[in-house]
Design a protein. Structure first.
Length: 349
């Protein structure tokens, strides 16, 4: 899934090149490229589908040149994750009636890739012959308000039934979740077999399932693009969690630990980055800090930022926008983007 705009990483992430296409760590690989790379030993490249907004099709093919053009599924409108996944499932079904499917966002960071592959192997073996919707849950390392949570049933195995899903909680609730030991972070990664997910869509999102079933004869063929252009904007704007996973009674979670982070915010990037003796983070640019601590600074390469008397700030410049805000106010960045769009007629999106 690579169609988001990453507005919480504004101004680094912009409409014309959102965060999944950016190289955050100076490795020469974007988050999308890193995601494809980590699956190369698990899934043949010819079996990879990337669902993205139509405006990013060329960018995907430029960054992953091994893909055939028909492996990039183009959304003509943004409709959240359920229609995105339904589109991919419909395409897979046009080629086979038996497949094991891994669904992953394109903007996550995974530090322990061998442990990640082992978790995938465990999950694939489990879902191949079981009518189960499996999600990957991460053991929390802190009370995090930026992630969703999964409550699992009691047990002593890594695979357990799911009791509840909870969207991003407030800090007090996040502390309760963390201390209870019953909750995992919701990674947004799923494993299921084709027949199981198709039955789940038919039961819990029948309107969506019917829309894609109507195009069964054109999926993977010349008429697919016109069909998607016609029906996709009419799909409900709903997440796979809310629309399906929270309603199904055959959901399990695999408790995993492989150094995962959802790079959704500047704070998450700060947590993962190397810090100086005063807990400051510098990315790409040069910095000089005076009586300053706990900041994250990123400017274009070759620029210098001088900070004096600042604590726990985000300082980020990209192209024609400079952002300076407190780290604990980063959830307001989406509002900053919306306000700038209205006030300046979209020129800084």
């Amino acid at each position: 899934m690579a169609g988001g705009i990453g507005s919480r990483f504004w101004p680094f992430s912009r409409n014309d090149k959102p965060k999944q296409f950016l190289d955050f760590f100076g490795t020469g690989r974007s988050l999308l490229q890193m995601t494809v790379d980590r699956f190369r030993s698990v899934v043949p490249i010819e079996n990879v589908l990337i669902v993205t907004n139509v405006i990013y099709k060329d960018l995907v093919l430029e960054q992953i040149p091994e893909l055939r053009e028909n492996q990039v599924l183009c959304e003509p409108a943004r409709r959240n994750t359920a229609p995105c996944i339904a589109y991919a499932v419909a395409r897979i079904y046009s080629e086979t009636d038996k497949a094991n499917i891994i669904v992953t966002p394109s903007d996550h960071l995974i530090l322990q890739e061998e442990a990640f592959r082992q978790s995938l192997q465990t999950g694939l073996e489990f879902i191949e012959n079981n009518n189960v919707l499996l999600t990957l849950g991460m053991k929390p390392t802190r009370p995090e308000t930026g992630y969703g949570y999964i409550q699992m049933e009691d047990g002593d195995t890594a695979l357990r039934k799911v009791k509840t899903f909870t969207e991003k909680p407030n800090l007090e609730l996040a502390k309760t979740f963390y201390e209870s030991g019953e909750f995992l972070w919701n990674s947004g990664m799923f494993l299921w077999n084709l027949q199981t997910i198709m039955r789940a869509f038919a039961e819990h999102l029948p309107e969506l399932a019917e829309k894609f079933a109507a195009g069964r004869d054109v999926m993977g063929k010349e008429g697919e693009e016109a069909f998607i252009q016609a029906i996709f904007p009419t799909c409900p704007n709903v997440s796979i969690d809310y629309g399906l996973m929270e309603k199904a009674d055959n959901v399990s979670v695999l408790c995993a630990d492989f150094g995962w982070s959802d790079l959704g915010t500047w704070g998450s990037l700060y947590d993962l980055s190397r810090k100086d003796e005063n807990e400051n983070v510098t990315l790409k640019c040069d910095t000089a800090f005076y009586q300053s601590k706990g900041n994250i600074v990123t400017l274009p390469k070759g620029k210098l930022a001088v900070l004096q008397g600042m604590e726990d700030y985000i300082v980020a410049e990209n192209d024609n926008v400079l952002l300076i805000c407190k780290k604990d106010a980063e959830q307001q960045i989406r509002q900053f983007v919306n306000d700038a769009q209205v006030r300046f007629d979209g020129q800084y999106n």
